[in-house]
Design a protein around this ligand. Structure first.
Ligand code: FAD
Length: 307
């Protein structure tokens, strides 16, 4: 019951101000956010790679309101890519981007987001890596998929995300299951109405397995973004029965969540990519992590009281 309330709060400016100023917030945020600056995140990337992990880097931020902020988001990614260039990590360090941060919801936003994200995808390709377009709320997805298709004409390795809770996703998975495509499947983290999305956890899990099956039996490269032990076991089974080798798909998990599992799966020979978020505009990202697990909220509230 708490999840939807926290997700509603994730869009409130009043709550943003309250949470940002609360005592103890920084300490809890640090569990999920790897740093505030590119200089702070680079050592985190090196440490992950040294442990046999890979990363996808997210400069946190979304729902910006001016074209200047959209340009600043583009520049933040370009700065990150410049820093990664010297490390020679190739696809071990890729980028994840939210198109709302690149101006998608502003007037003329579709074209603006495409114009801002293209140089990021180009710069990533120039250092031998790639970009995945995150999935945000359902109203943004037609634009996201169109931008994905456009970018893939020049950069076929550009990835995208599909969300198991949406009714549309099985069709999207079939469309995206072609050779060369890279698709991350996740349960879905936004507050969506019953007209477009499953609301029941068990139904979402069943939908996840149906989509996973389509991806595994297809010709693309599936990226499984989940911490759910049951879905991880099912992924391994479906991959085996589809005749996929360990490097024909990958697991992805979030920085700060089930860290032991990251290392365990990598040690078993799986490709394990850690979604590593950093930056100062962490509010929306942080609130979605609280919504996923109410125990995180209790921990957060306790840290406010004990400060
Ligand atoms: P759950 O059933 O929620 O969790 C399974 C177990 O994992 C829990 O019991 C708990 O032990 C642990 N766990 C899960 N979440 C947390 C948490 N926040 N704190 C502590 N423990 C937790 N969603 C989108 O809508 N768009 C995206 O682009 C997107 N990208 C993602 C990228 C990656 C790499 C990952 C892993 C997730 C992404 N998500 C995205 C979020 C996703 O939709 C889910 O909200 C999130 O992964 C929780 O679902 P789960 O599959 O881990 O299963």
């Amino acid at each position: 019951m708490l999840g939807p309330v926290i997700l509603a709060a994730s869009r409130s400016d009043k709550m943003r101000r309250f949470v940002s100023a609360a005592p103890g917030t920084k300490q809890v945020v640090a569990r999920f956010i790897a740093g505030e600056t590119v200089e702070q995140v680079v050592p985190v990337v090196k440490e992950a790679v040294a442990k046999g992990l890979e990363v996808t880097l997210d400069v946190v931020g979304e729902d910006i309101t001016t074209r200047e902020q959209a340009a600043a988001a583009r520049d933040a990614y370009l700065e990150l890519i410049e820093q990664l260039a010297g490390l020679g990590l190739g696809t071990k360090a890729e980028m994840s981007v939210k198109l709302s941060m690149f101006g998608q919801s502003l007037e003329g936003g579709h074209e603006l987001a495409l114009a801002n994200v293209r140089p990021v995808v180009e710069a990533a390709a120039a250092i031998g890596t790639t970009v995945t377009l995150d999935a945000e709320d359902h109203t943004t997805l037609d634009s996201m998929f169109a931008i994905h298709e456009e970018l893939r004409k020049d950069f076929p390795q550009t990835g995208c995300v599909i969300q198991a809770y949406l009714f549309r996703t099985e069709d999207d998975a079939r469309r995206l299951s072609e050779a060369g495509s890279r698709v991350r499947i996740v349960k879905g983290a936004y507050k969506e109405p019953a007209s477009v999305a499953h609301q029941d956890k068990a139904e979402i899990d069943k939908a996840f397995v149906r989509v996973l099956k389509i991806l595994m039996e297809g010709d693309g490269y599936p990226m499984i973004g989940s911490h759910d032990p049951r879905l991880i076991a099912i992924t391994q089974e479906l991959a085996r029965s589809a005749g996929r080798k360990l490097d024909d798909y990958e697991f992805q998990m979030l920085y700060g969540i089930r860290g032991d599992e990251h290392v365990r799966l990598a040690a078993e020979g799986h490709r394990m990519r850690v979604y590593t978020a950093y930056g100062t505009d962490w509010y929306g990202y942080f609130m979605r992590r609280l919504a996923e697990k109410p125990a995180n909220l209790l921990f957060f509230l306790r840290s406010m009281i004990t400060k």
